[in-house]
Design a protein around this ligand. Structure first.
Ligand SMILES: [Fe+2]
Ligand SMILES: [Fe+2]
Length: 138
């Protein structure tokens, strides 16, 4: 059986910062795994996987935020706000799923939002800023 990968990594998703790209790749693999469990309705496994997603999101977001603090990135506050919203959403999903509710559709929208809005807009914004200002962060 061919396993559908929801988000596939490509150079188009690269920030140009190797350590950040490595984290994004790992995050994408966790999201794909969770999405697969959602689709297969493997609820028990999903409820074990969602905290992993949440923990890794926290780790990754703090990596970015430490870079913002170190470099005094001027758009740090709005970016941190976005991270808080994403974490709140992930907690919401976890709670819902633990209660036995189907998170399928919403989870898909969440993934799309993280990819299209967060990564491609907000993360790319700092990547561009560091590039243009020749700030080395890796
Ligand atoms: Fe971010
Ligand atoms: Fe990120």
């Amino acid at each position: 059986m061919i396993r559908m990968v929801l988000i596939a990594w490509s150079e188009k998703l690269s920030t140009g910062i190797p350590s950040i790209d490595a984290q994004h790749k790992h995050f994408i693999s966790l999201l794909n795994k969770a999405d697969d469990l959602v689709k297969k309705k493997k609820i028990k496994e999903l409820n074990k996987e969602l905290p992993e997603v949440l923990n890794y999101a926290r780790t990754h977001f703090s990596t970015e935020e430490e870079i913002f603090d170190k470099t005094r990135y001027p758009f740090a506050n709005e970016h941190k706000e976005e991270h808080l919203k994403l974490i709140a959403k992930a907690i919401y999903f976890y709670d819902k799923s633990v209660k036995g509710e189907d998170i399928g559709k919403e989870f898909m929208l969440f993934l799309k939002d993280w990819l299209e809005n967060h990564l491609k807009k907000h993360d790319f914004k700092y990547a561009k800023y560091f590039r243009e200002n020749k700030i080395k962060v890796d």
